[in-house]
Write a protein that binds this ligand. Structure first.
Ligand SMILES: C[S@@+](CC[C@H](N)C(=O)[O-])C[C@H]1O[C@@H](n2cnc3c(N)ncnc32)[C@H](O)[C@@H]1O
Length: 250
């Protein structure tokens, strides 16, 4: 029987692989797992990889299965969504997958300098009106810089032409090293590298005929500049709110 949102939200607190920390505890700056995730949470010395806005955590779970020598943490504010990934990881006995229910903006309180090796950003809201809320904005990249290892890789998978163009412009303007850049992932040479993992949102967008865009880059975090360019807005918002057929073929 499928569980409803409220019951998932309640259950997520009980799962051993989900972390929630009261804000008051976080802002003291001495959160005990900070700087110690591999050793204390996962019980090993392996690199830590984040999935931001993980929703149901398909990448966190899928990558954890594919790469047992890395630790994966999905980040999302919605407990009912995290429940799906956390339950799957728990039932499959995946010791290298965990989840934090929090805002991305608070991550520097959770992780120490150079604690994160790699970041996946999977189908985020493009935040066309609010640049500072985009998960690839200079504001949030600066946050990531407080916890990423030098040379750490960021992956962006998106349906949004707007977010893809914005991020591509930002990446080039700031001279980041680009490892992959395609506006049609599944027709590109990078298709095999993403391990066949498709997220919940990705499946919906693909079924509507949208092309998936993919960027993989190595950022730096010094004096980041926002691109000052006009970008045409996507003709749709979320598939849940506006099922316009005009997006087909975009
Ligand atoms: C469009 S959904 C994509 C979910 C999943 N990655 C997928 O592809 O199916 C975006 C997710 O990001 C989460 N999210 C958006 N902004 C966030 C933030 N600032 N901090 C934490 N989670 C956020 C939302 O709760 C939502 O689950």
């Amino acid at each position: 029987m499928s569980k409803n949102k409220l019951s998932k939200f309640a259950d997520v607190h009980a799962l051993p692989n989900v972390v929630e920390v009261p804000y008051a505890e976080l802002i003291t700056g001495s959160y005990p797992l900070k700087g110690n995730w591999s050793r204390q949470f996962f019980g090993n010395d392996n690199p830590v990889v984040l999935e931001l806005g993980c929703g149901k955590g398909e990448y966190t779970v899928g990558l954890a299965e594919n790469f047992p020598d890395k630790n994966f943490i999905g980040i999302d504010i919605k407990g009912a969504r995290i429940w799906t990934g956390a339950t799957a990881a728990h039932e499959r006995g995946l010791r290298n997958a965990g989840f934090i229910r929090t805002y991305v903006e608070l991550l520097p309180a959770f992780f120490g300098p150079e604690e994160i090796s790699e970041i996946w950003i999977t189908f985020p809201d493009p935040q066309m009106k609010k640049q500072r809320k985009r998960l690839t904005s200079t504001k949030l990249l600066t946050h990531y810089g407080k916890m990423m290892k030098p040379g750490g890789v960021i992956h962006l998978k998106t349906d949004s032409n707007f977010l893809y163009q914005y991020t591509t412009a930002l990446v080039h303007l700031n001279g980041f090293k680009v490892e992959a850049e395609t506006d049609d992932l599944y027709s590109s040479e990078y298709a095999d590298e993403i391990r066949g993992i498709k997220t919940y949102y990705e499946v919906q967008w693909l079924s509507r005929g949208l092309k998936i865009k993919y960027l993989r880059f190595i950022p730096h975090f010094d004096n980041l500049i926002e691109p000052e360019i006009e970008i045409e807005w996507d003709e749709y918002r979320s598939f849940g709110r506006d099922r316009r057929s005009s997006v087909v073929g975009k």
